[in-house]
Ligand binder design. Structure first.
Ligand SMILES: NC(=O)c1ccc[n+]([C@@H]2O[C@H](COP(=O)([O-])OP(=O)(O)OC[C@H]3O[C@@H](n4cnc5c(N)ncnc54)[C@H](OP(=O)(O)O)[C@@H]3O)[C@@H](O)[C@H]2O)c1
Length: 263
């Protein structure tokens, strides 16, 4: 019998959480986890039908609320903050998760693609946190979704990885900036995680080659990441601040294919 059989943690009772991009993938898994531990969760995204489906899926609790919006538009971040203020009056947890993938040769990245990806992955995180900050309670927690690609060079990753490296820097800066209010800011850097984004980027034929690079011997699940997000957002991580947790099954740190034995 495992210890979890004796102890079911309920770490978010009476907490209000925001999860951007919460209708699928890691955002949905994090929302599910937070709700299961007592939180009210506001999920966002651009696709209204997908948001409705997520509310329906998690909705038995009546504790999931959707607000449609595009994180790359600051006016929509303001509308999101206004909606949360009206409904709850405050926030305790922010998971700035919404993001898009973009992979291609450095020489072919267009100005329009640069602006689109920076607009969502950096500007979107930056202004979401800025605009909801007045609602965030002292002692609250922010978790930002970065990526393993910010830790290791990957051909074709120049644009995407740069946006993720930028939010790692933002994590550390905001940890210092918001310290006077007791707000902790940390990030997660997922590896290959089986979501719509992964399935669009990696064909099933390429899947085996991906898995061969991962010490864990498998692709990660959205729940693998949600577990760490929930930890960082909880009081259990009260002495963890300005940190990035790489959730990648060993992809960045442990070489498991093509390595030489010895030195
Ligand atoms: N999957 C991986 O292997 C992997 C690895 C490392 C890091 N990540 C990062 O993890 C995060 C979550 O990705 P995922 O894998 O869960 O992907 P996903 O299933 O494609 O989900 C992405 C989410 O972001 C939302 N989103 C995208 N653009 C948005 C915008 N402009 N405004 C509001 N919401 C927007 C999407 O909602 P709508 O489409 O409805 O707007 C969706 O809910 C991303 O930041 C991604 O970069 C993913």
């Amino acid at each position: 019998m495992t210890s979890s059989a004796f102890h079911t943690p309920v770490r978010f009772e009476n907490k209000i959480a925001l999860v951007t991009g919460g209708a699928r993938g890691m955002g949905l898994a994090a929302a599910r986890r937070l709700v299961s531990e007592g939180a009210h969760v506001v999920i966002t995204g651009r696709d209204g039908a997908r948001l409705d489906a997520a509310v329906e899926e998690l909705g038995g609790s009546g504790r999931v609320h959707a607000i449609r919006g595009d994180v790359s538009r600051v006016a929509e971040a303001d509308a999101l903050a206004a909606g949360i203020r009206e409904r709850f009056g405050r926030l305790d947890v922010v998971f700035a998760n919404a993001g898009v993938a973009s992979f291609g040769p450095f020489s072919e990245v267009s100005e329009a693609e640069f602006d689109r990806v920076v607009g969502i992955n950096l500007k979107g995180v930056y202004f979401t946190v800025q605009r909801v900050l007045p609602l965030l309670a002292d002692g609250g927690a922010v978790v930002i979704n970065a990526s393993w690609t910010a830790h290791r060079g990957l051909p074709t990753g120049s644009l995407y990885a740069a946006t993720k490296a930028a939010v790692l820097s933002l994590t550390r800066t905001l940890a210092a900036d918001l310290a006077p209010r007791g707000i902790r800011v940390n990030s997660v850097s997922p590896g290959y995680i089986d979501t719509d984004m992964y399935r669009a980027a990696v064909s099933s034929a390429e899947g085996a080659a991906v898995v061969a690079r991962v010490a864990a011997g498998r692709v990660g699940t959205a729940e693998d990441v949600a577990d760490v997000v929930a930890f960082l957002a909880s009081g259990e991580a009260s002495y963890v601040n300005g940190q990035d947790v790489v959730v990648d099954g060993g992809l960045v740190a442990a070489q498991v294919e093509g390595g030489l034995s010895g030195d």
